[in-house]
Design a protein around this ligand. Sequence first.
Ligand code: PBG
Length: 338
Amino acid sequence: MSKAPLAAYPALRLRRLRQAEWIRRLVRETVLTPGDLIWSMVVHDGPEDEIAVASMPGAPRLSVKKAAEAAKRAARLGIPAIAVFPYIDGAKKDALGSSAADPDGLVSRAVRAMKDAAPEVGILCDVALDPFTDHGHDGLIQGGKIANDPTVERLVEQALVQAAAGCDILAPSDMMDGRIAALRTALERDGHQDVMIMSYAAKYASAFYGPYREAIGSGVLGSGPDANPTDKMTYQMDAGNTDEALREVAMDIAEGADMVMVKPGMPYLDIVRRVHEAFALPTFAFQVSGEYAMIMAAAANGWIAEDRAILESLQAFKRAGASGTLTYFAPRVAEMLG
Ligand code: PBG
């Protein structure tokens, strides 16, 4: 805020600067561009180009071939990066999430295909076991509890496979303690010093992940209306907390995170703002599946103006201080801004 004293009405008429689009454009503080978007995308292993996800109309699962085409589309649209999430066949899931570290698994193949198709587009991989575990948790279960340190060991194996496949940014979304240091150490040791880490530093236990669980076929914990945020509360954050978010972020930065993320997005804009102001490092937000579904559902009912609501939701992240936003709307928004 400027320290200049404010004129008083009528000398001060704030509406003067709102009278026409040309002046509104000149004084606009936040302008959304395609460069603010990370395209969040689910891939599958089947022959079908696309498989619709009921709770996420307009954001189907894509085949590897389609994902490669999408990477080219991202390049054309000026979208800097894609975040890829796998739908894993039930038969390939087990209690240990073993297929997470398969060098020829779906994620590796998708990353290679996308990097081949559009090397100039950054690829971000989720480091987490939940798409690969039959119980749907992000960690290994021992004695009825999510076991932190054994999970971190598995995450390191998974991340090294992703890095070897060509993933540019590792984005651990598991919320285990100590994973960033373990990942960074392993990356340096194995010659992956340029691989970036964007930690899901402040990730909350949220009902807004429901549609995602349907999209990646991780419905055992409940998807859609049955997604119960309490089932991951021993590792994801409590929605009532904000100081804790700063501690999570501080810890991840100290362990070697290059960038951090806040998730979900719109219900947690206060956290985006606080993290960005406290740490002044690239801070990202994730407009998660439930946020996508809410906008699409309201629009489908004719209750809100779809395009405008989408643009306004993404502008909010930038205004709150986010460097960029992961969103299933990325290609639509880039086209609208085009
Ligand atoms: C789990 C993970 C989740 C999402 C990304 N990674 C769900 C969860 O924690 O249960 C959610 C993404 C979305 O809802 O769009 N590792």
